[in-house]
Design a protein around this ligand. Structure first.
Ligand SMILES: Nc1ncnc2c1ncn2[C@@H]1O[C@H](COP(=O)(O)OP(=O)(O)OP(=O)(O)O)[C@@H](O)[C@H]1O
Ligand SMILES: [Mg+2]
Length: 153
């Protein structure tokens, strides 16, 4: 059963890149809404703007050259495009997270699975190293990873 609470509304989102060769309209008028408990898949050919849409929501579009030139990203009663970097940092990793493309470059193979999960818990939830490790094991267990105590290592 789908819950009816609307969580995210993206309205007429336009994210453009201002390059020396001209303006790249990577995202040019995207609209969608996500409800609580709902999963939305966005499909499209390479370069059509899926990642730039996600990066826009996260407030991680590199500027310059990128800029959200129009539109709204409403989440929990506020327009994310209007928030300061400090306000956005509180939301990122707590309420909205992103698994980046190409895990071989965004996840450092030198760190264990436990370290990777603990890092955001230490930063965002102020947990100690030990608390974060225990919580990481608990989270792995919750999503059905066998032997989570070993997997964190
Ligand atoms: N920094 C940038 N400067 C100029 N253009 C950019 C920049 N970053 C992304 N783009 C362009 O924005 C467009 C959308 O890219 P995006 O990465 O969102 O595509 P995608 O749908 O995620 O593709 P894929 O399926 O390959 O991951 C592409 O044309 C890309 O070249
Ligand atoms: Mg992509």
């Amino acid at each position: 059963m789908k819950e009816q609470e609307s969580l995210v509304q993206v309205k007429n989102l336009k994210t453009h890149f201002f390059t020396e060769e001209g303006v790249v309209k990577a995202v040019d008028g995207v609209d969608f809404e996500i409800f609580s408990g709902e999963t939305l898949g966005i499909v499209g050919e390479s370069g059509c703007g899926k990642s730039v849409t996600a990066l826009s929501i996260m407030g991680l579009v590199e500027s310059p050259p990128g800029e959200i030139v129009e539109g709204e990203i409403n989440f929990a009663g506020q327009d994310l495009t209007e928030l300061s970097e400090d306000e956005m940092r509180k939301i990122r990793g707590n309420d909205i997270a992103m698994i980046f493309q190409e895990p071989m470059t965004s996840l450092n193979p030198v760190y264990t699975v436990g370290d990777q999960i603990s890092e955001s818990l230490i930063l965002h939830e102020n947990l100690s190293k030990k608390e974060a490790r225990d919580r990481a094991i608990e989270l792995l267990e919750r999503v059905g990873i066998p032997l989570p105590g070993q997997r964190v290592e």
